[in-house]
Design a protein around this ligand. Structure first.
Ligand code: FES
Length: 105
């Protein structure tokens, strides 16, 4: 049985199309992304340093870190280039009543 809990983190209309929104989930920073109307969520901080990915540049399904230009695939969390050596955590996303819900365990 899944122990997943869904946490309300933002209004879907607050997540800009083709861009990012910094949010908080249980006191932990996360970054939300909207691409072609679909919302994705990752941890808020880059795995290489303490850069906030919500300040990065979103290009399609790739977020580029603002500090050293490391890129992650926001769908899988996969680290795509140097200097990144570690993937980033992603979260399941559900939309309910115009709200963005993040799955946590
Ligand atoms: S802090 Fe993100 S690539 Fe270095």
């Amino acid at each position: 049985m899944s122990s997943e809990t869904w946490i309300d983190v933002a209004a879907i209309d607050d997540v800009p199309e083709g861009d990012t929104l910094g949010a908080s989930c249980r006191g932990q920073g996360i970054t939300l992304y909207k691409v072609e109307g679909e919302v994705f969520a990752t941890a808020g901080l880059c795995t290489h340093g303490a850069a906030h990915l919500c300040d990065g540049f979103l290009d399609g399904f790739e977020i580029e870190c603002p500090l050293h230009q490391g890129r992650f695939d926001i769908r899988s969390g996969k680290a795509l280039n140097e200097p990144l050596t570690e993937d980033i955590r992603t979260f399941a996303v559900r939309i309910d009543g115009g709200r963005v819900l993040i799955g946590t365990d």
